[in-house]
Design a protein around this ligand. Structure first.
Ligand code: SF4
Length: 394
């Protein structure tokens, strides 16, 4: 199979495949300087009443979070949407793959709206379905595919989740990655050369979980680079590996560095380092605590007054934690300001435009997953829901 040459962030499907960045909303956005934006958003929300349910991801701007009916990580939000079957419109203030998951998990009558179609996720776009199918073909040719279970992080497109559903795999979040890997290895426990996992799109979550939670060594992992011939690995390396990690990463969490951890420890007394497992292995090794977005929030909530924390996750969330916990010292684990640029595309003008359009009877920016993709993606999601124990949050 040949790889389809899609743009880096292939959104706007069906409109203009070659211009994901800057996909225009099909209407007049209000000016960011409009002093009435807050009042307009509230008026539209009041008019829609129970017909609309607004979801706000933790990484969203405060100006948008102010209108969210619930906040949370991607999986919690999708489940919250599914628990509101009476809501005709689910306005998802987050990024594209999250809106896809909400569409898969909500009823057929419910419409999921993404206020800006260009709010994608660069990590999710690092594993495209054609590339993944090429990699799978290579595993078949190497004679190892029968030993491999594909595991995808929640932060992936619906067609990648569907690939996992069709091929005996599962979805995971950063909270349940360990349980998902245990499940995956059990599925192929009888394989003659041992079970393997193909993990995508985030190599760091895969490596951190394999090494810190599963007792594997860094040497048990190989990295499949979809931009290299044969992934940049030999057949022998594939046969020897236990974890085949996709070469993808989060552009936000990838910024945090071990050097800054060292500098903070040297200059800030009693600082504790709290990071997300999308950070690099080197950063995670130097951290005091590692965990999902929800773990980071609950850790800060439970921390004693006067304690000092440097947090390695998206800046909107870190700033909100600092504001809501003034009795604690909250620092950002980077030298420069860095937000998730695609999360930040959902701003008040886009939110107002989407809400006013819906209130006026015009359906805009609906995210729909085709039924066949949704069916198989749901298989992989359901396998995750059936995993024992741990919560299913990212
Ligand atoms: S923070 Fe990283 S993983 Fe999350 S939406 Fe932004 S680029 Fe994607």
């Amino acid at each position: 199979m040949t790889t389809v040459d899609l743009p880096l962030l292939p959104l706007g499907r069906g409109t203009d495949l070659n211009s994901e960045r800057g996909v225009e909303c099909p209407g007049d956005l209000p000016a960011p300087s409009d002093p009435e934006l807050v009042a307009r958003a509230q008026a539209a929300k009041d008019k829609l009443g129970d017909r609309v349910f607004v979801l706000g991801h933790h990484y969203q701007r405060d100006e948008v979070i102010a209108f969210a009916d619930v906040t949370g990580d991607s999986f919690k939000l999708a489940r919250d949407a599914a628990a509101r079957p009476a809501a005709e419109f689910i306005v998802f203030c987050g990024v594209h793959f999250m809106a896809e998951s909400a569409d898969i998990l909500t009823g057929p009558e419910q419409k999921v709206i993404l206020p800006d179609l260009a709010a994608g996720c660069s990590m999710a776009d690092m594993a495209r379905i054609g590339q993944v199918e090429d990699a799978w073909d290579a595993l078949v040719d190497a004679g190892v595919a029968d030993s491999v279970v594909p595991v995808t992080y929640m932060n992936s497109s619906a067609d990648i989740k569907a690939f996992c559903g069709r091929n005996g795999g599962v979805v995971c979040t950063s909270s349940n990655a360990e349980v998902a890997l245990e499940w995956a290895f059990e599925q192929k426990a009888a394989a003659p050369d041992g079970a393997k996992v193909l993990f995508f799109p985030d190599q760091h979550l895969g490596r951190n979980t394999a090494v810190l939670k599963m007792g594997l060594g860094v040497e048990d992992c190989v990295v499949w680079d979809p931009h290299q011939p044969h992934g940049g690995v030999t057949v022998e390396e594939l046969r020897a590996a236990t974890m085949i990690l996709w070469k993808g990463h989060c552009s936000v969490h990838g910024r945090f560095s071990p050097a800054v951890v060292d500098q903070l420890r040297a200059t800030v007394p009693d600082v504790q380092i709290l990071v997300h497992p999308e950070c690099t292995h080197e950063v995670v090794l130097k951290a005091d605590l590692v965990g999902s977005t929800e773990f980071i929030i609950s850790t800060i909530e439970a921390a004693p007054a006067g304690s000092t924390w440097a947090i390695g996750t998206e800046l909107n969330l870190v700033q909100r934690l600092a504001r809501t916990h003034p009795d604690k010292n909250i620092l950002f684990l980077d030298k420069s300001v860095c937000y998730c640029s695609t999360m930040n595309r959902i701003d008040l003008p886009h939110f107002v435009w989407a809400m006013e359009s819906l209130a006026a009877g015009t359906l805009v920016n609906q995210i729909e997953v085709d039924p066949e993709t949704a069916r198989w993606a749901l298989v992989a999601l359901q396998r995750m829901l059936d995993l024992p124990g741990k919560s299913h949050r990212d």
